[in-house]
Design a protein around this ligand. Structure first.
Ligand SMILES: Cc1cc2nc3c(=O)[nH]c(=O)nc-3n(C[C@H](O)[C@H](O)[C@H](O)COP(=O)(O)OP(=O)(O)OC[C@H]3O[C@@H](n4cnc5c(N)ncnc54)[C@H](O)[C@@H]3O)c2cc1C
Length: 420
């Protein structure tokens, strides 16, 4: 018999990790999370304990004090938190995007400064790319860094940046002037949240979550030379492909929330009886739940594929899979929460049942970190080879030189296709 080249079960280590994280997350539970979310508080105790136990640092390289595992393990941690009713949004950003970018592309000094503290969860870092005018079109980013002796002066604006009030620093996507061509090119800067000239204001959102969104104002923020990630001539395509963990973690977040909602729906459908049989016996309720179960397993499998490709170093193939996983997981999370509410009848919107409160959270996953439409654009252009209706100029662009299914998706730094 031919041996399969891939196994579809997780390693014993990852299964044990999932169990341990689930046990910690359940000991806090949705009551803890949503009481903090509703009162404007944070989940500091849970974050700190998870950090101390090494769960937030599983993917940080061992030589910097981390677990030395991959993004697949970090995604498993986030999925278990969400499935237990504690959706830690900042995990998508701080240990996933920021720690990964620094581990892969940072200078030795940046690694030594930041990674040991990412390994223990002591440090939190937000990620800022979105700008009010640029939106999904990162060609239009105007946050710009100019040289100031050895250092930099950064000026610009950002919106919807998550977790800034809890963060020690923000990894900002700005632009610098290319020394050779004089053209502006993207660059990533680590900006401490207490730097003079750095201000932030909370944006009131209709989302009940413990991590909140902020508008940033960077007014001539002076930064040392080592604030710039990597060297000035760093390979930007590779660096932005390094942001793929954001998609994978976003998928893990949605898969976890979908699991949480489905579990509640199934439990309720099994015990609530209004016609002499449990309501789950009615196909009108059973079939949508069965469909969600199927779509959830498919999204999870794509997330695991994306993580496996990324951990194997195949950024191109990981890009396509990560986009698809992010899309599928967001869709199933929206459907799972909606159907769980339906199964609960009036109780679905009663605060006590903890479902209505998730509507904003799952709805946001269709918009952030990359919108559903931008994922569909990515797949249409890179997976199917269809022409592009938009470009940096705002005019239609020719089809990418990729025949359908001939080549894996290329990273694209021009839109939010590879960044928050
Ligand atoms: C809860 C939450 C947390 C967030 N956290 C962060 C964060 O930590 N850091 C960060 O940098 N950003 C963050 N964001 C911002 C988020 O990444 C953006 O909102 C998102 O990328 C969409 O950009 P936009 O809001 O400017 O929408 P726009 O770009 O204005 O788009 C509006 C609509 O038009 C559609 N659209 C735009 N262009 C096209 C096109 N070419 N084809 C088809 N449709 C198109 C979009 O899909 C969307 O539906 C967060 C947002 C939310 C809601």
């Amino acid at each position: 018999m031919t041996q399969p080249t891939t196994t579809y079960t997780e390693t014993d280590e990852r299964i044990a990790l999932r169990k341990a994280v689930a046990s910690l997350a359940r000991s806090y539970g949705p009551e803890y999370y949503f009481s903090r979310a509703r009162s404007g508080g944070h989940t500091t105790e849970l974050w700190d304990e998870a950090g101390r136990l090494g769960y937030l640092g599983v993917a940080v390289p061992e030589e910097y004090g981390g677990g030395g595992a991959g993004i697949g393990d970090l995604a498993a941690v986030l999925e278990e938190f969400c499935a237990a009713g504690a959706p830690l949004l900042l995990m998508m950003v701080s240990p996933a995007i920021c720690a990964t970018v620094i581990a892969r592309f940072g200078t030795e000094q940046q690694k030594q400064t930041w990674l040991p503290r990412f390994a223990t969860g002591e440090v939190r870092m937000s990620f800022g790319i979105t700008e009010p005018e640029a939106g999904s079109n990162s060609h239009r980013l105007t946050t710009t860094a100019r040289r100031d002796g050895d250092g930099w002066v950064l000026t610009g604006r950002k919106v919807f940046i998550s977790g800034v009030d809890e963060a020690d620093a923000v990894l900002i996507v700005g632009r610098t002037e290319d020394a050779k061509t004089g053209r502006l090119r993207p660059a990533l800067f680590i900006v401490p949240t207490d730097a003079p000239g750095f201000e932030y204001r909370q944006i009131q959102m209709d989302i009940t979550a413990a991590d909140r969104q902020f508008g940033l104002f960077l007014d001539e923020v002076r930064l040392p030379a080592e604030a710039l990630i990597g060297a000035q001539d760093a390979d930007l395509a590779a660096m932005f492909a390094g942001l793929n963990p954001e998609r994978i973690m976003s998928a893990a977040f949605s898969v976890g929330v979908a699991r949480y909602a489905l579990e509640k729906a199934v439990a309720y459908a099994g015990q609530r009886s209004v016609w002499g049989v449990p309501i789950g016996a009615h196909q009108g309720l059973a079939h949508p739940l069965a469909q969600i179960k199927i779509e959830l397993e498919l999204a999870r499998l794509m997330m695991q594929k994306a993580a496996a490709l990324y951990d194997a170093g195949d950024d191109h193939a990981a890009g396509e899979a990560a986009n698809m996983a992010k899309y599928a997981a967001a869709e199933v999370a929206v459907r799972a929460v909606d159907q769980a509410i339906q199964v609960h009848g009036g109780n679905g919107l009663a605060s006590e049942y903890g479902l209505g409160v998730l509507l904003g959270v799952v709805r946001a996953s269709r918009i952030a970190p990359v919108s559903r439409e931008m994922v569909l654009n990515f797949v249409a252009q890179h997976s199917l080879g269809l022409p592009k209706s938009y470009g940096s100029s705002g005019r239609p662009e020719p089809a990418p030189a990729v025949a359908a299914t001939s080549e894996p998706a290329a990273p694209n730094i021009a839109s939010h296709e590879h960044a928050f």
